[in-house]
Design a protein around this ligand. Structure first.
Ligand SMILES: *Cc1c(COP(=O)(O)O)cnc(C)c1O
Length: 377
């Protein structure tokens, strides 16, 4: 049974559960921005200036001035012509698929994409096929067999495995077969961003060379001509590294305009509260200018597991019962780590999912590492 357990997150990387302070290795607030003073202050000021709610859909009266600023700066950061902010990452994924993909096309999706993308695909009614996780040969076979226009859908950083999509190879395939690509960057944004957006990477080459993970840069980054870059549509969320709430799609002006007119998850829902948009704008500005902060989650993940490719590190346990028991033992030792079970992950691969944040301390990660070794041996 899934349950709603009462938990209070604290600013210092801890969380309160059943009255106990536990070290929190289980949420996606990778940079600690949900408690960052500038983010909170921006939200407070917007509350006072613009009120508690948006009042209506963005297409009616809900499109307050902060939206324009956020979308402009986000597009700049992602290196796209334009951006569109949705109510959440889930709604953005519904919107991009419903708003952009014609009925007669075909979707080719990585087997491990997020549930929101799966639901969006099913709702769209567009024909779809799954390719084996990160299996480029399988993807090529499906592209070869398809007579229709194809849309490849992947995540940049896979949410339950923490591994990366081979974006450069996907891009080359898309170019060869004239396909489009939708990349859900929910777990890359603010953590691996310079690596996952080729166009943005070009702007920020200096930062890339300063980050501690050149091998990821090599795998992800390949400068491309403008036309090629436009095959990629980015979606993502402000609910993870940005520390607040909301989702986005970054792509060409023409496609953004098409979504404004067609995406039902944008049109038929109320705009985000202005304070949330203000928090997102403040968070984005911090992410843009503080590469030393955004490098920390991966750095911390690698203190736990030197092979880590992102801020997410799974430890596969096997059965649901064993994963739950391991999570319970960790909790008794003072660490909050979720056991992830089917249907979120395939049967037999129940796991502990560790997420690392900028606010964690090296000595706590070392203790965690020692205890996990004990619990899983
Ligand atoms: C969390 C997540 C989403 C949903 O984002 P929300 O803003 O929480 O709705 C979408 N895709 C992926 C890969 C995610 O991890």
């Amino acid at each position: 049974m899934r349950q709603r357990v009462e938990i209070q997150r604290l600013p210092d990387g801890y969380a309160l559960k059943n009255g106990r302070r536990l070290l929190n290795f289980s949420d996606n607030d990778y940079l600690g921005l949900s408690f960052y003073p500038q983010v909170i202050q921006a939200a407070q000021e917007a509350l006072t200036t613009y009120g508690a709610g948006a009042g209506a859909s963005r297409l009616v009266t809900g499109n307050h001035p902060l939206y324009t600023q956020l979308e402009q700066e986000l597009a700049q950061y992602k290196g796209t012509e334009d951006a569109l902010v949705f109510g959440s990452g889930f709604l953005a994924n519904l919107g991009v698929i419903n708003g952009l993909i014609p009925q007669e096309d075909v979707i080719l999706a990585d087997r491990l994409i997020h549930a929101s993308l799966v639901d969006a695909i099913k709702l769209s009614g567009v024909k779809f096929q799954r390719y084996r996780h990160n299996d480029m040969q399988h993807l090529r076979q499906l592209l070869e067999k398809s007579a229709r226009c194809c849309w490849i859908i992947t995540e940049s950083v896979f949410s339950m495995d923490g591994d990366l999509a081979p974006l450069a190879e996907i891009q080359a395939l898309a170019e060869e077969f004239g396909a489009m690509i939708i990349v859900d960057d929910a777990h890359g944004f603010g953590v691996l961003n310079p690596f996952t957006s080729p166009l943005a990477s070009r702007v920020r080459e200096r930062e890339v060379s300063e980050t501690p993970s050149p091998e990821i840069a090599l795998r992800q980054f390949r400068p491309l001509p403008e036309g090629e870059v436009r095959r990629i549509i980015w979606t993502g969320t402000f609910s993870k590294a940005a520390g607040s709430y909301g989702g986005y799609v970054c792509t060409t002006k023409a496609q953004i305009e098409q979504m404004v007119n067609k995406a039902r998850s944008l049109i038929y829902t109320t705009g985000l509260p202005p304070s949330v948009v203000a928090a997102n704008l403040a968070a984005l500005r911090i992410i843009r200018v503080q590469p030393e902060l955004t490098a920390l989650p991966l750095h911390h993940a690698r203190l736990f597991d030197p092979q880590a490719q992102s801020a997410i590190v799974p430890v596969i346990i096997g059965t649901e019962e064993a994963a739950l028991a391991a999570a319970k033992m960790l909790e008794e030792a003072g660490f909050l780590v979720p056991a992830i079970r089917p249907p979120t992950v395939p049967a037999g691969t129940s796991r502990l999912r560790f997420t690392f944040s900028a606010v964690h301390r090296a000595e706590d990660i070392a203790r965690l590492r020692a205890i996990v070794k004990e619990v899983t041996s």
